[in-house]
Design a binder for this molecule. Structure first.
Ligand code: G3H
Ligand code: 13P
Ligand code: ZN
Length: 335
């Protein structure tokens, strides 16, 4: 049994309370490899932001959960070495799908877990989430639950059709499960294809597709039922069109990739939404940078020469999200 506090990690409770009060959101960035982790930690340190490192089922399969846990432990020391005396880093299980998995993450030093029972019948979701909360809270590990189903397809997380969260259920769910935060469905979805072109209209100024707005009325109704309760948005990549263009320019083939406009995320971050999940944008930044090097320097074969620029591009992206979208810069408890 490893306690996250001994690793220098923190849970989400205090940072979420401050984020709701301060009208900003904490970034939750997924990581699968060293370059992503370095970029996330550097961006968080340089912007003085708390940060959530997310490990998904796909990441565990790809990189090994034990190795990722040690990398997160290393992240705390790396942040200190970069000059941050009191980093606030959460190690979070993203989309946990069973009690056993959540328990194993709690036992190996995660400071926060998500139990995603959103695909289950309501009563089963309540029972599973409550079981995870009862276990995790013994060790002061915070738990994210989910109500409502996100559309979209992304490797391990898929749902053909979304169902918005029913605001009538949130009080009962939060009270009976004791969860610390709640992921809700208001029209975001996982991956780089969040909307079909026929759902969008064309912006005459840019010629780009503009997606339909998120269901802010659902978010408002949830906040009315649960005032001050931490809300989480999954599927919140914006799919920057510069990266899509760059990928296509250098031999890729991404057609009609569409994300959530940053204005909508800025608006959400000012509300009770205090955790915003971003993964796909980092994948796009990395792919664009690597493709550029491969196209411009076909003789290059030192991985550092293409993963280095990819890391720089991701760091730039993470800083942009923190400063210009989520507003979590300069929000460490001990600056
Ligand atoms: O929510 C999904 C995340 O983007 C992680 O996806 O399981 O492919 O790592 P993944
Ligand atoms: P994106 O695919 O929009 O980056 O969402 C990531 C996510 O929700 C991880 O849980
Ligand atoms: Zn997600």
């Amino acid at each position: 049994m490893v306690n996250y506090k001994d690793l220098g990690l923190v849970n989400t409770r205090d940072m979420f309370a401050r984020a709701i009060k301060g009208g900003y959101a904490i970034p939750a960035f997924n990581f699968n490899n060293m370059e992503q982790l370095q970029a996330i930690v550097k961006a968080a340190v340089e912007t003085k932001s708390p940060v959530i490192l997310q490990v998904s089922k796909g990441a565990r399969n790809y990189a090994n959960q034990t190795l990722l846990r040690y990398m997160a432990e290393g992240a705390v020391e790396y942040a200190k070495e970069l000059g941050c005396a009191h980093p606030e880093i959460v190690l979070h299980l993203d989309h946990g799908d069973s009690f056993e998995l959540c328990k194993s993450c709690v036992d190996m030093g995660f400071s926060s877990v998500m139990i995603d029972g959103s695909h289950l019948p309501y009563e089963e979701n309540v029972a599973l989430t409550k079981k995870v909360v009862e276990y995790a809270h013994q060790f002061d590990v915070t738990v994210e639950g989910e109500l409502g189903v996100l559309a979209g397809v992304e490797d391990e997380v898929s749902a053909e059709h979304h169902t918005y969260t029913n605001p009538e259920e949130v009080i009962d769910f939060a009270t009976r499960t004791g969860c610390d935060s709640l992921a809700i469905s208001i029209g975001t979805s996982h991956g780089a294809y969040k909307f079909k072109p026929e759902q969008c209209h064309v912006d005459p100024a840019t010629g780009r597709l503009v997606p339909p707005p998120l269901a802010f009325e659902v978010l408002d109704a949830v906040m009315e039922k649960l005032p001050g309760f931490p809300i989480v948005l999954h599927g919140s990549s914006s799919v920057p069109q510069e990266y899509v263009d760059m990928i296509n320019q250098y031999g890729g083939k991404l057609e009609a990739a569409i994300g959530i406009p940053e204005d909508e995320l800025r608006k959400a971050a000012k509300s009770a939404v205090c955790k915003i999940n971003i993964d796909s944008d980092s994948r796009l930044a990395m792919t664009a940078a690597v493709r550029k090097v491969f196209a411009e320097k076909p003789a290059e074969f030192d991985p550092r020469k293409y993963l280095g620029p990819a890391r720089d591009e991701m760091e730039k992206l993470y800083k942009h999200k923190i400063i210009n979208v989520l507003g979590s810069n300069d929000k460490l408890a001990n600056l």
